[in-house]
Design a protein around this ligand. Structure first.
Ligand code: NAP
Length: 248
């Protein structure tokens, strides 16, 4: 098995849910991991807890993915503290659901700013170092909503579809530098983001999932970890659905 070249991983939005499961998975495989969230207290607290429990090097940072200066500062701090980033997982995301006719400009802007602009800012900031190293793995978290749409989530669907096109363009730009860029598109995963779905919506969704269950954050993290590994060197520009068959 090829050894991971100095695995230094940045997971955006690693304080909870899928991001946190990714941090745990990378920490368990011996990587040095940086995570961020909007609050320094939360990010540092989660990092400390995982580091103490596992013995891994895990650092937490405050950053707003929707702000390019904040993202540049994050990437600079992580690189200074841990070394050049070899793996980027763009996971941070929010929802502001509503039917189109009632959707406020703010709901649109905030979702696009965080979910799509943030991916652009972070890939741009990290890819400079990856190009220098001639190595890198970028995994961007989209959603099956970005592939199939979802009524009441036009802002979220636009951002998540945007991530797919963006990642394919990036994959073409970076492939010759030994940098891959892929998308993981989760289905219905049990996290804070889906905790407020009504029982009826949940039951209807479960009914449509061939696997017969909702996904766990760890199901997504394992797919991310594979695409982020040296072994996945010939996979780029791919969209990997982790959805129990929901998108079929
Ligand atoms: N759960 C699902 O069913 C599902 C399905 C498909 C795709 N996804 C995608 O998977 C990703 C993770 O979702 P999740 O379910 O784990 O969500 P979650 O539990 O709500 O966690 C969201 C994470 O994003 C961070 N975050 C939000 N806005 C941020 C910002 N402006 N700057 C930095 N960090 C920010 C949050 O950190 P703080 O709150 O600490 O700031 C938190 O760590 C998202 O991109 C989501 O769209 C989820």
């Amino acid at each position: 098995m090829t050894s991971i070249p100095g695995p230094i991983v940045l997971v955006t939005g690693g304080t909870r849910g899928i991001g946190r499961a990714c941090v745990e998975a990378f920490a368990a495989s011996g990587a040095k991991v940086a995570l961020c969230g909007r609050s320094a207290d939360a990010a540092e607290g989660v990092a400390r807890e995982i580091a103490e429990r596992t013995g891994a090097t895990v650092r937490g940072y405050a950053a707003d993915m929707g702000n390019s200066d904040s993202v540049d500062a994050l990437v600079k701090s992580v690189s200074e503290d841990l070394g050049p980033i070899t793996v980027l997982v763009n996971n941070a995301g929010i929802t502001r659901d509503g039917l189109l006719m009632r959707m406020k400009n703010d709901d649109w802007d905030e979702v696009l700013r965080t979910n799509l602009n943030g991916v652009f800012y972070c890939c741009r900031a990290v890819s400079r170092g990856m190009i220098k190293q001639r190595y890198g793995r970028i995994v961007n978290i989209s959603s099956i909503v970005g592939l199939h749409g979802q009524g009441g989530q036009s802002n979220y669907a636009a951002a998540k579809a945007g991530i797919i096109g963006f990642t394919k363009a990036l994959a073409q730009e970076l492939a010759a530098r030994n940098i891959t860029a892929n998308v993981v598109a989760p289905g219905y995963i049990k996290t804070d983001m889906t905790a407020n779905l009504g029982e009826d919506v949940r039951a209807k969704l479960l009914d449509r999932i061939p696997a017969g269950r909702e996904g766990n954050p760890g199901d997504v993290a394992e797919a991310v970890r594979f695409l982020a590994s040296p072994q996945a060197s010939y996979i780029t520009g791919h969209v990997l659905c982790v959805d129990g068959g929901l998108g079929m």
